[in-house]
Design a protein around this ligand. Structure first.
Ligand code: BDR
Ligand code: CA
Length: 313
């Protein structure tokens, strides 16, 4: 096997963030340099606690967790307890984590890591609002050219938004940060709602995860059973969309996904559409491509991968 791919996971756990972290932990192709937390689904203190709980469920306390931004760059924080529950990780019984939080700020960890690792070797995986990454880019513009790729869960186009008719949650919470990231020149792969609304936690898929029977799988199933109730009511579907693990699945099996290179701009002004990802899918503007936007996914292949890897934990 070739050298594992070095990644930093920037996250606001979140049950679907937990699934993404577990998928990464179960995959020897990936070397997790650190997990950085951001305020999003729930406030920062809780996302930082949740990241450590997930690592302890997986007995992987060797992975370091760094706390980052506690609010968006230019706006008050909006959270999503209505989706994820009071803790952000509702479902299983949650304990107080024993492993420490690192003292270094997440933004400084991101900058230091990108400067110390060889250029073009570190991939950023973002599962929440882009505040930490944008702050790092503002503080240290030299790092943009050192990132191998940034793979994000965020945005939506044909599918519209989930927090407003126009905006997806991660972009909506910090649109100024998203705009900085999309203008940074970093090679971006975007997993929008157009993809994630196709990977539904159908009962048969959750049953396969449950059958694994290890501690992480059992905790994950309990999380998903809580998480999906909101989306099942909202969309009337048999299962909720499992957004964030699509980012990790892309690193492992890019062929599960199909999309195209586009220009993407972020709306930051209009009260009606703030946080919208304006994707030039039909290439009508002549604006420069700045992201590979995914639209389709092999959902069965995705769940087979997730199940196999969680089974290795
Ligand atoms: C995104 O928002 C959060 O609620 C989820 O964790 C995911 O990252 C989906 O819009
Ligand atoms: Ca998330």
């Amino acid at each position: 096997m070739s050298e594992p791919r070095k990644i930093i996971i920037d996250t606001d756990p979140g049950q679907d963030d937990a699934a993404a972290i577990m998928l990464a932990l179960g995959s020897p192709e990936l070397d997790i340099l650190g997990i950085t937390t951001v305020a999003g689904n729930v406030p920062l203190s809780r996302t930082s606690t949740n990241a450590r709980i997930i690592l302890e469920f997986c007995a992987r306390t060797d992975v370091k967790v760094f706390a980052g931004a506690d609010k968006p760059i230019a706006r008050p924080l909006i959270t999503a307890e209505h989706v994820h529950g009071k803790t952000g990780l509702d479902g299983p019984e949650l304990h107080e984590p024993q492993m420490p939080l690192q003292t270094q700020h997440a933004v400084d960890f991101i900058i230091e890591t990108l400067r110390s690792e060889p250029e073009g070797t570190v991939t950023l995986c973002t599962l929440g609002p882009l505040t930490n990454i944008a702050t790092a880019l503002e503080k240290a513009p030299d790092i943009a050219g050192r990132v191998r790729e940034l793979v994000m869960m965020g945005g939506g186009f044909f599918e519209g938004g989930n927090i407003t008719p126009a905006a997806e949650f991660n972009i909506y919470v910090d649109p100024e940060a998203a705009s900085i990231v999309f203008q940074s020149g970093i090679p971006i792969v975007m997993m929008p709602l157009d993809v994630t609304h196709k990977v539904l936690t159908l009962k048969s898929r959750v049953a396969e995860l449950r059958a694994i029977g290890n501690r992480p799988a059992t905790a994950l199933v309990e999380m998903l059973e809580f998480f999906e109730r909101f989306d099942v009511e909202k969309y009337g579907s048999d299962g909720g969309p499992l957004h964030d693990p699509t980012v990790i699945a892309y690193l492992l099996k890019p062929d599960l996904f199909a999309g195209r290179d586009c220009n993407v701009e972020i709306e930051t002004a209009s009260p009606l559409t703030v946080g919208m990802t304006v994707v030039d899918w039909w290439q009508v503007t002549g604006r420069k491509h700045n992201a590979r936007v995914m639209k389709d996914v092999d959902a069965d292949g995705f769940f087979a991968l997730l199940t196999e890897r969680v089974g290795r934990l």
